[in-house]
Design a protein around this ligand. Structure first.
Ligand SMILES: *Cc1c(COP(=O)(O)O)cnc(C)c1O
Length: 353
């Protein structure tokens, strides 16, 4: 018997969530599969999402993996090239690339042309992470339009606050002011903008988190958005003990009982990807019933409150997140976001479909 922890990926949920994206946006969909498809497995997720019009990711080797596996859609590298060598691979495998810096233009110039490239020119409209300021982008568009190694250009930007009340207004205005004078395809929307800001849809939307069944918003649950969890992380209770009032549980004695109680130990810890900062009280399911974690999460184990779950014992099934317990709730309790929790799933956890 192997250790009972397992992540199950629900392929039909991925497919269904893509359909939700289609219902919201008429534009073409670039499914974001970076970070091993947010922890779900690159090839597995891409196969379930094969109705997407393209895939966006970071690592050129992953893009080549998708090409070699037979994916014919647009593949886009979100951080673009990291060296001149990448340029030849982009051409060879027909992979599109973000271009966000003068450094990447120098790579383009240095590339001994073997094919022409599709580039997504990234505009910095206020996130101040990657991209050209609209003022400098004008010259870059002219330069790229005349460049012998460039086949076509798409304009893109990324929103900092599409999930927040501040919204997208300022960045959207800056983008439009630039895009209005260029007749080029456009891409702006992440999941939050796709769901809440239809005016931003442009030619390509770029949903990530919603495809995996998690909400980009604090004020709307995945369920309310019609999304289903794609990953369910399960394990089992491997030990049960009764403790007396005043006893402590786990490292640092972060939980101290106020009465006699039953405590279960779950085979799941931070080395499996469970957030170590999840405090006492983080929701968890035992035999499908909601209870809470107790004390600090260890490397390989965590403890749960079994008071009131008289049927629960060694071998009881535990859901860390997924079906029946939104990963958003666990992330929020741990002071983080579902993105981090999902993509932190450790490679030692076996994944099944
Ligand atoms: C990660 C990413 C996305 C997807 O964002 P979600 O919030 O997961 O929908 C879209 N565009 C870019 C440039 C990204 O880096």
């Amino acid at each position: 018997m192997s250790r009972p922890i397992q992540a199950r990926i629900d392929l039909s949920a991925l497919e269904g969530n893509l359909n939700v994206a289609r219902r919201y946006a008429k534009s073409r969909i670039l499914a974001v599969v970076k970070a091993n498809a947010y922890g779900h497995g690159l090839l597995r997720a891409a196969s379930a999402l094969q109705a997407a019009d393209g895939f966006a990711l970071l690592d050129i080797r992953d893009a080549i993996t998708l090409r070699e596996a037979g994916f014919r859609q647009m593949l886009l590298l979100l951080e673009g090239a990291f060296g001149v060598d990448d340029m030849s691979l982009l051409a060879e495998y027909e992979i599109s690339s973000v271009l966000h810096s003068h450094n990447q233009i120098r790579m383009l110039d240095a590339y001994p042309r073997r094919g022409r490239l599709s580039l997504w020119l990234k505009l910095n409209t206020g996130m101040n992470r990657l991209g050209f300021a609209p003022e400098e982008a004008r010259a870059v568009v002219s330069q790229l339009s005349a460049h012998p190694s460039v086949r076509d250009i798409t304009l893109m930007t990324h929103f900092a606050n599409a999930d927040m009340p501040e919204g997208i207004a300022t960045q959207f205005e800056r983008f439009n002011a630039f895009a209005a004078s260029h007749n080029l395809p456009r891409s702006l929307a992440n999941s939050a903008a796709l769901l809440r800001h239809p005016t931003t849809h442009g030619d390509w939307v770029r949903p990530g988190i919603m495809l995996y069944g998690s909400s980009p918003f604090e004020d709307a649950s995945a369920k309310e958005l019609g999304l289903r969890p794609a990953m369910t992380l399960k394990s089992e209770i491997i030990s049960v003990r009764e403790i007396q009032s005043g006893e402590q549980v786990g490292y640092g004695g972060m939980f101290r009982s106020e009465s006699k109680m039953r405590v279960g130990v779950v085979a799941c810890g931070y080395a499996d990807g469970y957030p170590r900062h999840a405090p006492t009280g983080t929701p968890i399911l035992v035999d499908g019933q909601r209870t809470k974690t107790l004390g600090r999460v260890s490397m390989d184990m965590l403890s749960v409150d079994l008071s009131g779950l008289s049927g629960a014992g060694v071998g009881s099934s535990v859901t860390l997140w997924g079906e029946g317990l939104p990963v958003d709730e666990v992330a929020q309790a741990a002071g983080t976001i579902s993105y981090e929790v999902l993509c932190a799933l450790a490679s030692r956890v076996s994944v099944v479909e």
